[in-house]
Design a protein around this ligand. Structure first.
Ligand code: AMP
Length: 438
């Protein structure tokens, strides 16, 4: 028997309906804010992620699934490495959505230059070579938004408001959500802050793990995120981002908080919140399902004012978030909310005799063309077996076609719960069925 790849999941039945429902809720939630859907390729040139996410991040260094055709792989083996490969031959499955969307915006010239901001949303699988566990997969699904061209702190606040609204519409109680926010500064103040943290780690090197010592040089801010409790304890005394913001960043952050207060959004400032990708500037945020924090973050995002330029476009501010479907499902389960909803019912068309099959065919076709989910028998079943089949299909109504109905130009509608039967003219069947279903 063939097995699926580790850390992946087949989506079907209720789980597929839940994923579809999440996308529908996303569309409804984002539409009033002017977001249009986008789909970018599942694989991109490695450079798109390296430029955007950052060479030193775990995502790029350790978790990205690289893609080579068999022929290319042979060449790499023969050459003893990837040297000599052209950038277009170095591909990876996308580990997150932002870098690809920004690449698409730059490449297709829809990055705003003094024009209206670009607002896009996506619902796509992402791929990361992590150790699979509950709520952590190698192929998982994200819904996200990207908003380019809006430097105003109101955009940061609105992004967070959209995110919290999305959770609420999915069925998560706002009081069970924990929203943490922070400002990571910008190109003016972050380098000096980064250096302070680097120096702090070096000063405490003997108290910290090997990985944090390594982080000091490549990505010191990540030490705040270390899984090692002792490192986290040491980092409590480290210099904090919000004490090291330049005046412009401090003012931006203050305004974001002012807007959130005005909108009645509850948040907690977490000066140690640093997000794993290098492209973030100023506002960052993350949401946990407080009723079960073991689920991990159910969403997060932030501002990335330098990213468009890193992807080869003109300097353009950007902000966005991503929400993980699989973790939302864990939170909704804990909440007792069924996002999938009931399996859809249908109408079943039954023929009393085998030679009425063409009549069943045309009736079924007419109902389906009227937009009604309709089933029929394709195995030559008896009438009794067709009724049984109708129950299996969760049909609330059965349309019965017999010789009398054919002769009179009518159809019999049987209510599958009460077994009550009524006769209607064949020409008015679809309308009557629609009425009964409503
Ligand atoms: P990130 O880009 O890491 O901030 O991810 C955004 C959201 O995607 C997280 O808040 C999670 O809900 C979800 N997520 C990230 N990585 C995984 C994973 N490996 N498996 C399932 N969900 C994930």
């Amino acid at each position: 028997m063939a097995n699926k790849a580790e850390g992946t999941e087949d989506l079907y039945g209720a789980r597929m309906r839940a994923w579809e429902r999440m996308q529908a809720v996303a569309r409804e939630t984002f539409a009033p804010y002017g977001f249009d859907a986008i789909e970018t390729p599942a694989m991109e040139q490695v450079s798109t992620f390296v430029h955007g996410i950052g060479e030193s991040t775990d995502v790029v260094r350790k978790e990205m699934f690289r893609v080579f055709s068999g022929a290319l792989l042979e060449r790499i083996f023969e050459a003893g490495g990837e040297q000599g490969l052209k950038p277009k031959q170095r591909l990876a499955m996308r580990p997150e959505g932002t870098a690809g969307v920004v690449r698409a915006a730059v490449e297709n010239n829809f990055v705003p230059q003094g024009g209206a901001p670009v607002k896009l949303w996506y619902a796509e699988p992402m791929f990361r070579g992590e150790r699979p566990q509950k709520g952590r997969l190698r192929q998982f699904h994200q819904v996200g938004i990207e908003w380019l061209g809006a430097p105003d702190p109101a955009a940061d606040a609105e992004c967070i408001i959209i995110l919290m609204d999305f959770y609420k519409r999915l069925g998560l109680a706002p009081e069970h959500l924990h929203l943490a926010i922070n400002s990571m500064g910008d190109a003016a103040c972050r380098p000096a802050y980064r250096e302070k943290v680097r120096q702090f780690i070096l000063d405490h090197a003997d108290e910290m793990c090997d990985e944090c010592r390594e982080r000091a040089e490549i990505n010191p801010l990540r030490a705040f995120d270390c899984k090692n409790d002792h490192c986290r304890e040491v980092m409590k005394a480290a210099p904090l981002a919000h004490d090291n913001l330049c005046e412009a960043c401090a003012e931006h952050y203050a305004q974001v908080k002012r807007y959130l207060d005005e909108a009645g959004v509850t948040y907690e400032e977490d000066p140690t919140l640093v997000r794993g990708l290098d492209y973030y500037t100023r506002t960052v945020f993350e949401v946990e399902y407080a009723a079960d924090p073991a689920i991990g973050a159910i969403g997060g995002g932030g501002r990335y004012d330098g990213l468009v330029e890193l992807e080869g476009g003109k300097p353009t501010p950007g902000i966005g978030f991503a929400v993980g479907f699989e973790r939302i499902m864990l939170a909704l389960e804990a909440e007792g909310v069924d996002l999938a909803g009931e399996e859809p019912g249908c109408v079943y068309v039954a023929g009393t005799e085998a030679d009425l099959r063409p009549n069943v065919f045309s009736t079924t076709l007419a109902l389906r063309r009227a937009g009604i989910r309709t089933e029929a028998d394709y195995q030559g079943r008896s009438l009794k077996a067709q009724f049984k089949q109708a129950d299996k299909h969760r049909a609330s109504l059965c349309v019965v076609i017999g010789p009398d109905e054919v002769a009179a130009g009518t159809a019999t509608i049987r209510d599958m719960r009460t077994h009550e039967q009524t006769s209607v003219a064949a020409s008015g069947l679809a309308a009557r069925v629609q009425e009964l279903l409503a």
